[in-house]
Design a protein around this ligand. Structure first.
Ligand SMILES: [Zn+2]
Ligand SMILES: [Zn+2]
Ligand SMILES: [Zn+2]
Length: 392
């Protein structure tokens, strides 16, 4: 049995002198052992040892989910919400029979295996309005968080300690338009310094994972024996039993991805400014039988709109459940979002969503469908001819 032990590991080089990377076994059978976990590279020191503590940024950690920063208490009194504008007159539109019929025909033709007969030949016997209100509050917030970041050091300016960095909420950021989500990442000034790369401990190279740093692997043709079919020497490895590792070109090491071989990193704090539109709805329950989640897909007629820094709950609206919902949601938002972020703007709207329940008869039986929203969307869960072949 040929074990391939005659192979010598003289080709094991890393490009840089680094005794810490040398595989434990010099020659001998141990070099055939599977890659050990210890060869994956040195362990990075704990972030707390590695990154300096920067005044005003003490909670900042490395990696995702950086330190979250509650906004400071405002130095000036926060503007008080003001009552909204005069309430308009709440009128209730309705749709005509023609509109209902057209919407229904369109609905039936959009379903590939629905027969159009009920929509075409059905006779409308009644139309009832179940128009309902949707109240919506949007709270547009800005939140800020920091984390330690790094990139390969290419001689960039280093400014840590030359001056104390501005507070995280003092750094100017350009908000997008109100109510549009967005994000901006800003390098915090006066936090940049140069450190030896923690991933490769400043070597610029890391052991190759594919060959565990050996620069070669068991030959895949002869499976390490050096021979094929009895006494034929393996041509692929010339009888060595091993072949050069193609991932590292036989070097046993590869350039460090983290510092791209520069050995040093520019280390600095990144500030992430995030703008989020937080939206909550309340839809007044209606008794038509149409499931309320259908209404989330349509728009209604906007009856009321009020946008300001902080809104005051709606008053004097004819439906008291809307007034209550407005009070509750405004309180919830102002409580929830002023703790963890800065509220930049709020907007509340009331829409009237038209819902019409249409009863029609077809082949002597009574059926119903709903037409709802500005889009005249149709719901007909019990359409009487859902398969063309069932019509006859
Ligand atoms: Zn071979
Ligand atoms: Zn390799
Ligand atoms: Zn490195």
């Amino acid at each position: 049995m040929h074990t391939g032990v005659e192979y010598k590991s003289q080709n094991r080089t890393y490009g840089v002198a680094n005794p810490g990377y040398m595989p434990a076994a010099e020659g001998g059978p141990a070099m055939f052992a599977p890659p050990a976990a210890g060869l994956q590279g040195p362990t990075a020191p704990p972030a707390s040892m590695y990154f300096d503590s920067v005044p005003g940024y003490e909670g900042t950690v490395a990696g995702g989910g950086g330190g979250f920063l509650p906004p400071p208490m405002p130095a000036y009194p926060a503007p008080q919400p003001e009552p909204g504008p005069e309430q308009p007159h709440w009128n209730i539109p309705s749709i005509s029979e023609d509109t209902a019929r057209e919407a229904f025909a369109l609905f039936a033709s959009s379903k590939c295996c629905y027969s159009s007969a009920p929509a075409k030949d059905g006779v409308i016997t009644s139309m009832e309005a179940f128009n309902t209100y949707r109240y919506r509050l949007e709270t547009f917030t800005e939140s800020r968080s920091t984390e330690w970041s790094h990139k390969p050091y290419n001689g960039q300016p280093v400014d840590a300690y030359s001056q104390s960095p501005p507070g995280p909420w003092d750094i100017p950021a350009q908000a997008p338009s109100f109510f549009l989500d967005g994000q901006q990442i800003i390098k915090v000034p006066y936090t940049s310094s140069v450190k030896s790369c923690h991933v490769c401990v400043g070597m610029g190279r890391k052991p190759c994972k594919d060959c565990a740093g050996a620069g070669n692997k068991v030959c895949w043709v002869c499976n390490g024996s050096g021979y094929r079919h009895g006494d034929d020497r393996c041509h692929h490895c010339s009888g060595r039993g091993r072949e050069n590792c193609s991932h590292c070109q036989g070097q046993g090491s590869k350039q460090c991805d983290t510092c791209r071989g520069k050995q040093q990193l520019l280390v600095y704090i990144n500030l992430t400014v995030k703008w989020t539109n937080n939206s909550d709805n309340y839809v007044v329950e209606q008794s038509s039988g149409l499931q309320v989640d259908n209404l989330s897909k349509v728009s209604g007629k906007e009856l009321f709109r009020d946008s300001q820094y902080m809104v005051y709950p709606v008053m004097g609206f004819p439906d008291p459940t809307v007034v209550n919902a407005s009070q509750r949601i405004v309180n919830e938002h102002q409580g929830k979002y002023s703790q963890t972020s800065r509220i930049l703007q709020q907007r509340q709207t009331i829409e009237l969503i038209p819902v019409t329940k249409v009863t029609y008869s077809w082949k002597g039986k009574s059926h119903i469908y709903f037409v709802y929203g500005n889009e005249f969307k149709v719901n007909a869960d019990n359409y009487p001819a859902t398969c063309c072949c069932a019509v006859m």
